[in-house]
Design a protein around this ligand. Sequence first.
Ligand code: FAD
Ligand code: THG
Length: 815
Amino acid sequence: MAHPKVVVIGAGIVGTSLADEITSRGWTDVTVLDRGPLFATGGSTSHAPGLVFQTNSSKTMTEFARYTTEKFLALDHPEGWAFNPVGGLEVATTPQRWRDLHRKAGWAQSWGIEGRLLEPAECAALHPLVDADRILGGFHTPTDGLAKALRAAAAQARLATARGARFRAHQEVLGIVQRGGRVAGVETADGIIEADIVVCAAGFWGAELAKRVGLVVPLVPMAHQYAKTGRIAALDGRNSALNEASLPILRHQDQDLYFREHRDRIGIGYYGHNPMPVDLSTLATASTEMPSMLAFTEEDFAPAWRESMELLPALGDSKVEEGFNGIFSFTPDGFSIMGEHRDLEGFWVAEAVWVTHSAGVAKATAEWIIDGAPQTDVHECDLYRFEDVARSDRFILETSSQAFVEVYDIIHPHQYRTALRGLRTSPFYPQQQQLGAYFFEGGGWERPAWYEANAELAQRLRDQGVPFPERDEWSGNFWSPISIAEARWTRERVAMYDMTPLTRYEIAGSGALELLQRLTTNNLDKSVGSVTYTLMLDENGGVRSDLTVARLAPERFQVGANGPLDFDWFSRHLPDDGSVTLRDITGGTCCIGVWGPAARDMVQPLCSDDLSHQGFKYFRALQTYLGAIPVTMMRVSYVGELGWEIYTTAEYGSALWDLLWTAGHAHEVIAAGRIAFNSLRIEKGYRGWGTDMTAEHLPAAAGLDFAVRMAKDDFVGKKALEQARPPAKILRSIVFDSPTAVVLGKEPVYVDGACAGYVTSAGYSATIGHSIAYAWLPAATVPGDAVEVEYLGTRYTAIVHTEPVVDPDMSRIRR
Ligand code: FAD
Ligand code: THG
């Protein structure tokens, strides 16, 4: 059988790597087109200094980087190395950075990158140009190094060519040819080149190109300064023309700087200047020029040079000899952009990719195209991860500019952007503000993290002897002890949670049930009024999402989902015959979770329907009225308490809040925020998709087998589950021994002294008075096992706990 014809747009590091990855999987009819010459095309790759620091807060990006280094190390090029593993050194000149390097060392452990924290003298021994007196310490990773991007591109292209791929220079793609909702080829000045699959790997030009097929690729071409010094006496004779460099690549993030050797010169990269977004229409178009290289703006570099001499005094006898402002892509969240156009089958993008991650992104994209799903979890990079609000030019520009400014900043996991806030608010926003809500941002939504109004309650509980352990400075950021009071009060009395930002869809029509049955693992063919917890899997059996599905009418379902990627997945699987409609009803509706032992006493008087345990059973839905307000109630609780999610349309939202608030007065109801919510769901054993489990995990490994009905007719992922081997790692609940231990997520976990896994999410359990967390651990670990978790260099002991930690017999919920 003939394989599909593939056209790749762009012969930069991404396009060449893609050609190699695709052809190595047997699809050999690949044509790579570039507007420039090969392989110094004039794109970003042409002059990338090629520093590869692998360790990143994202496991996915770190894995992409590791794959890239391993692949490049094995490439052959007549002129020499494509990867030189000189190692990576990041130094700290402030206590905050030194602390952050401990956090980074933790990520390296968690994701399996070798690395060690070093004293200043050890740093200077590794990199003698560094002034040891200027630094507090460093983090060294021996497998980091330099990529020779153009050699890596050429070498991968050669491998692909040997399998049949074609590379064509000076072939600008002028348009994309479509036929019946499918891509059919690309248009160049020489005519049309037919294709079944087109992958846009056009670097910072990609957004413009994708726009022509109605696709928003949220990236901003941004200039970034790179300069080279003259000869440095201290490097004299150190490197040959062949090896070019032998000292570790160096990062001085406190001053937005990075360094590498160019034989006896030092190259300096700088992110400290103001963001310089680039208007593509101003760039050189002649193919003899380097469109991605702009003139060096010396004045912007002045602070960089000063700070470079501070850290590396040996630079003092030299000067900046050459420099340029080079262009590459920035995105709103710093992640790459991968995936297939939803409305133009066969049109793929692999955009905003650093050299560092290039081969990893190419591998995952090739798997995705050929096998239907990548082996690596790519949800952080998915083209469709953005909410509608994040697709506007304004949003893309502002957030990508902030991403540039923050590229080397220390970012707290709960630090949210300050620009463009307040875009999405629930109808209860004024009430929340009045209660002193501190807002986190998520998907454009303002979400209360805690309410200052509960400070009094916290004091009351403190006076009663409830412990409120102190937090260290780092974990105490974007946090309040009030959250402990809110969590505790939810278990003791009753609380109202704003669940509006929880994405929800209406799936309706004669084909709705069949679609849901095919896309999810649990049986949904139940009575009207049923609510079902179910999973969506990909072709590999990996968990794409977990959902609640309420059957509100025979042919109408309300789906509680995890975000835009679920909408995307449903959209792609809608039948062509119009028998199913899919509607995002999130913004048009709102939801209050009323949970706690007093929930029924509080809500029943507002309702003429029977809300008793028998009258309105667990995991059932009811369309009724509270007072005069039409509501849909679901007896579901992510926090694991008696109560309901109460939905209404947006216009009733404010009145619903006030009604419940007034009714709750006698029951001492409080409003409670995300931090309490999160800790309660961890106690109760409920997973958070995207953090605790992703498409990388099979249901069994994630402890979600109970939601899979293998006896059901075929569903996406079923075949893979049938063939699955027992998992090597499983998601476990751990409880810390010390009542004051705190972790935030992604920390390495040690079993018998060796790193054996990592924390996913964590919270302080107000119920048991200890921090608790989920962690991926070897399948052999069992409840009762002792583990250690390293947080910023401190090891805390913890015990693997049976699940759930709170209310294992469900007596709190089912009553
Ligand atoms: P490109 O290399 O730009 O390739 C895209 C190709 O598409 C180009 O060749 C272009 O000619 C072609 N093209 C565009 N439009 C069309 C069209 N319509 N038809 C045909 N062809 C088209 N990354 C690191 O990992 N480490 C670093 O140390 C590093 N330092 C950097 C320093 C500087 C100064 C700069 C500018 C970037 C740096 N980067 C670094 C980033 C890195 O260079 C880029 O992210 C990476 O090279 C992008 O690769 P690409 O293949 O996506 O894009
Ligand atoms: N509410 C609604 N939809 C949602 C969530 C929600 N969709 C996305 C996400 N949250 C899904 N996560 C969960 C996780 C656990 C439960 C509900 C949603 C839950 N599980 C019970 C259990 O595991 O014991 C019940 C399982 C069962 O009976 O099958 O309640 O918060 N609307």
